[in-house]
Design a protein around this ligand. Sequence first.
Ligand code: IVH
Length: 792
Amino acid sequence: MTDAALPAQQAAERIAALRSEIDAHNYRYYVLDEPSVPDAEYDRLFKELRALEAEHPELVTAESPTQRVGGEALAAFGQVRHEVPMLSLGNAFEEQDLLDFDRRVREGLDLPAGDLFGGGAEVEYSCEPKLDGLAVSLLYENGQLVRGATRGDGSTGEDISANVRTVRNIPLKLHGSGWPAVLEVRGEIYMPKAGFEALNARQLENGGKTFANPRNAAAGSLRQLDPRITASRPLELCAYGVGRSDGGLPGNHIDMLKALKGWGLPISRELKLAKGIAECRTYYQAIGEKRDALAYEIDGVVFKVNDFAQQRELGFRAREPRWAIAHKFPAREEITELLGVEFQVGRTGAITPVARLKPVQVAGVTVSNATLHNMDEVARLGVMIGDSVIVRRAGDVIPQILGVIAERRPADARAVHVPERCPVCGSAVERTQLVKRSKGRESVSEGSIYRCVGRLACQAQLKQAIIHFVSRRAMDIDGLGDKIVEQLVDKGLVASPADLYTLTYEQVVELEGFAELSTKNLLASIDKSRTPSLARFIFALGIPDVGEETAKLLARALGSLERIGKALPEVLTYLPDVGGEVAHEIHSFFGDAHNREVIAQLRERGVAFQEEGELHAEFAACASLAGFIDKLNIPFIAATGAERLAARFGSLEAIIGADWLDLRQVERLNEKAARALRDFFDAPENAERARAIEAQLREFGMHWDSERKAAAGLPLAGQTWVLTGTLEAMSRDQAKERLEALGAKVAGSVSAKTHCVVAGPGAGSKLAKANELGLKVLDEAQFIAELETLQQ
Ligand code: IVH
């Protein structure tokens, strides 16, 4: 824009426009803590204004933003005058800017210029990251922190002493000795990335406003009139300089920072000395590579002439030191236009909005799509199609939309609507409210997701489901890449994972990229996948929220697909790490007729698990009746109430049957709670459900701990028995009942922990295993004899 100098009239107009735009951004950024444009855009405006002013020095005025540093102090805080002004830094964007800076430094110091082969005298520079937070001044008198202030406009800032004192890594008293009696430390207060994420998550949960980036979060937290709020925010200081001091400091910047460190002030761990500008360049590259791994956001590095005498010699130009420069990294935030929103359908049918953007370069990469996560995010951002949006790209993460520049909204901007029908299959789109139960039993909305109800009839879901089914950690079918899955679905050869097992040579060889050998290989690897472990198979089913670990847990704890399929959600929540949502997903997956049909087909087509085992200790472990009552979520009955009920009544049946008078006897159970309990169990479906859950827990081997205690005195307490083969004198159930009455646990399969195996005629593998393990084996007659002795 400044390649050809503008005529004076046009330049004056452009300068006026730039100034008012920059002033408006400054006000939003510095005073309101609400950024209106990304730094990169702001820097560009600033650079353009600076260049124009350089061409037309007669147009420079004292009010120009280039002549001052920031915004105005907020009236609500006390004002602080900075005796030594808090300055800004010049920026280098390109390497040439850096070389020019070094040249000006050498010229200013009268040092001989280097040539192509180096030579000349090298200047020593200190190198530090440029932290993205808020500049502060901390005044120490006789080693005590007496005042903290923001930069404000560079000459006057706000008194934020009370807030600054809450920042954990700012010493209230200097350590050691030898510090100047008056020492004004300058540094950056910032919010580490992890703290920022956690704060935003917390804000979301409490319905508060979220922050666009750690810088705004730090600024917003520090400018709180209530220091308790500041104290709750994860802020940190990094000291990078000294303002006022009454002598007694080392003669160069790095030694001075080390002295500050010795007095208890945090300084950058990345601080380095560079000999000459070439080493500065290496530092810039090294920090650039480390940028993502750093715990905090940086937007560049700062180079400062290390020697204080040289700094004094160089002095200042307007409000910037001639001895320092900020070398900025490519911006990670840019502005572009939201052209439209498309909806993608995932494996579980979840419909996610994806932003289509006018292509824009962000940190060296062209960005044309960004994730919008879900409709709650769209609502939170308040974004409309046609809006100018701020996009951010960092590392390998998918680009994100940070915010909307509301002032630039065009008149024809359109709202974002979720389609009523799935964009892929045309099925209905259903909205699911995600609900989290809190302690107080109220339901708290956790947002909503939209799902296409088409399931495997939706090609998008079908493709994703099959890609997941065949993946390495699931059924591990080699040679079935995404493109092949797409072909199989598009050609109608596969309409469910079960159809993979009916594929023929003729069908596969016809596919693009297949020949005789590759076809044979694919069919062989499909065949080989027929005997997965139960855990792999469950994972492969792609039940929403059931990852590999949960699949392993389900397989181990329940041992068979049949038990997993019929487990009630409340029962599933007895498993470690299975919460209500996951339990519900598992239960409804197996409740779905179509899913059951696919599973049946898989089994018919030869998919058989390597093992279907016994119930594992997860359920056998004793459970408390109190915990069970608590799980029923009865209004007004909290954990302690549940404990008292369990202690008084001892069994679910007794609680269900308790009348009003019985209930009123329970210590500290108030009338409201007693009534709520009665109402709950008076509803037959609640009592039935509670009984069903209890029955299933028992079927899965659970005993109430109260019963355990009672069982401890019984002859077979602590023993595990296995019944196999046919019994003639009694049914298996009767035998089980009698053993349990004697305190034994009856398991479905034999292991080293089994105490005794009762083997009737027709006993097979279990008997063989018992013999192999050298366990005690009884036939039916011996068993009956033993029961009789034990019962005497
Ligand atoms: S030195 C006279 N060092 O950048 C030099 N500033 O654009 C004054 N900043 O207001 C600043 N990290 O908020 C310096 N290591 C660092 C810095 C740093 C971040 C910020 C600071 C300053 C702004 C200047």
